[in-house]
Ligand binder design. Structure first.
Ligand code: AMP
Length: 463
């Protein structure tokens, strides 16, 4: 769960990167960083927190040059410390390199252990650093070749951007798990995790990078190469279900329209005798609209969201615990009183939030609460970059649908079927990863995956 953005050949490259990251803030709120190349050296600024908190004018002024890239992070591999914030910048015999990564590798630990035995010294616990080590140990006249050799050794999910003294490089793994798009801003190539970043900049969306494509931007031109590994697209459909912004285009579909179709299919598969449809904001908004249109039941905004709370609100003291959901959501009694409510959300993970929201709708005066989920039950953890807990903590891995319904205290509960979800996207069914619902992990996960590498604690400004 990260957002990446890069641009080449443009005045104010770091300012534009800042704006790109600003539009991608929903993909990670833990830390952010930008690196720029000014023709002589790389400049790096990173910090913990939101993009706009870190990148004040004076910080951006310390990032000169016409080539830049950046990252906004939500940790899924490696711990939450500034040492793990990206970009990671190193000096190699091929020159300086900065890298940002969206996705999770599934075999970083086995590579890391091998390299450490051979003398490599790692600076972070992040899986991304292994790519730099592999490159540094296999220098080539053409750095792109060294990069592609390194990618031949790693497995898993990666959408990557690399900045060097010569070019900006973008790469997408052969499965294309995570999105990565090419844009054009007045003739300057740019890359972003989602098209909403281009919209903010006024850049044109050129196309999505192909799975297994390596694109090199220099002198206002983009050259493409193919990784030698076999290409087998398994794009993350959870990006459509929950993660991406609704105004983005992803894997050839509009996210908003996909969610509307999921909601409409849910209405057909799981109708409810009710008076109104209420979305859980913001995750259930578009699916609820689809449900409402298809069922003919009016859509009512029966929950208000406080938009100034990040996705990861940290409860400050034990005494005010359980604030949890209340900090973020509040029922609108006037809309709910006496009504039979179809409550629509995209997923139930642990079940704890959903239980509180159902209780909140009831406390708001609803006569009945029928929870409808616009994806199948989340039974398996993601190893490719979405932050889902282990199986023990996933309620759908532990309980039947009826037991979940009883736990969250809803009058009825229904999920969208796998067929229904896959029918809402336009690509071929087997070109999507459905591991969190089916356990079908299309890239084998190495046995040492998930073992946290250890690093001496580093205290840094902003922590
Ligand atoms: P839970 O109480 O764990 O069932 O939380 C369900 C809520 O978490 C739903 O509103 C989802 O939209 C949201 N959600 C789903 N996946 C994630 C995720 N990976 N990270 C954070 N929130 C999520």
């Amino acid at each position: 769960m990260c957002g990446i953005f890069g641009i080449d050949g443009c005045d104010d490259a770091s300012n534009l990167t800042y704006l790109g990251l600003y539009a991608l803030q929903h993909r990670g709120q833990e830390s952010a960083g930008i690196v720029s190349w000014d023709g002589k050296q790389l400049h790096l600024e990173r910090g913990m927190g939101h993009v706009s908190d870190i990148f004040k004018e004076k910080v951006i002024a310390r990032l000169p040059g016409r080539r830049a890239l950046g990252h906004t992070r939500y940790s899924t591999a490696g711990s939450s410390v500034v040492a793990n914030a990206q970009p990671i910048v190193v000096k190699t015999s091929m020159g300086p390199i900065g890298i940002v990564h969206n996705g999770n590798l599934v075999n970083p630990n086995e590579i890391r252990e091998r390299l450490e035995l051979e003398g490599s010294i790692f600076q972070t616990t992040s899986d991304t650093e292994v790519i730099l080590h592999l490159m540094a140990r296999n220098p080539r006249q053409d750095l792109v070749e060294s990069f592609m050799l390194a990618l031949g050794e790693v497995r898993g999910a990666y959408s990557l951007l690399l900045i060097t003294d010569r070019c900006l490089i973008a790469a997408r793994d052969p499965n294309g798990f995570r999105p990565l798009l090419l844009g054009d801003l007045g003739g300057c190539p740019c890359f972003a995790s989602e098209s909403c970043a281009f919209d903010l900049l006024g850049a044109r969306l050129v196309r999505e990078l192909e799975p297994g494509e390596v694109a090199v931007a220099r002198d206002r031109r983009v050259e493409s190469y193919r990784l030698p590994q076999p290409v087998e697209p398994t794009r993350c459909i959870f990006e459509h279900v929950y993660f991406a912004r609704p105004d983005s285009r992803l894997f050839g579909d509009s996210v908003a329209q996909t969610r509307l179709r999921m909601g409409a299919r849910l209405a057909r598969e799981a109708p409810a005798a009710a008076d109104i449809v209420v979305p859980v904001p913001d995750s259930g908004l578009y699916a609820a609209m689809g449900y409402s249109r298809e069922s003919g039941l009016p859509l009512e905004f029966g929950l208000t969201r406080n938009h100034y709370v990040g996705r990861t609100f940290i409860e400050p003291r034990q005494s005010i615990r359980n604030f949890g959901v209340k900090i973020k959501l509040n029922p609108v009694r006037e809309l709910l009183t006496g009504r039979r409510v179809v409550l629509v959300d995209d997923s139930i993970v642990r079940g704890t939030t959903s239980r509180k929201i159902v209780g909140m709708i009831r406390d708001g005066g609803a006569a009945e609460v029928h929870l409808r989920i616009s994806a199948p039950p989340t039974e398996w953890p993601c190893h490719y970059g979405i932050d889902t807990p282990c199986r023990d903590e996933l309620i759908a891995a532990q309980k039947s649908i009826e037991e979940i319904r009883a736990f969250i205290e809803a009058d009825s509960l229904a999920y969208l079927s796998l067929d229904g979800m896959l029918g809402a996207v336009t690509g071929p069914r087997d070109s999507y990863c459905t591991a969190c619902w089916t356990g079908d992990y299309r890239v084998a996960v190495s046995p040492s995956h998930g073992r946290q590498a250890e690093l001496f604690p580093i205290r840094a400004e902003g922590e």
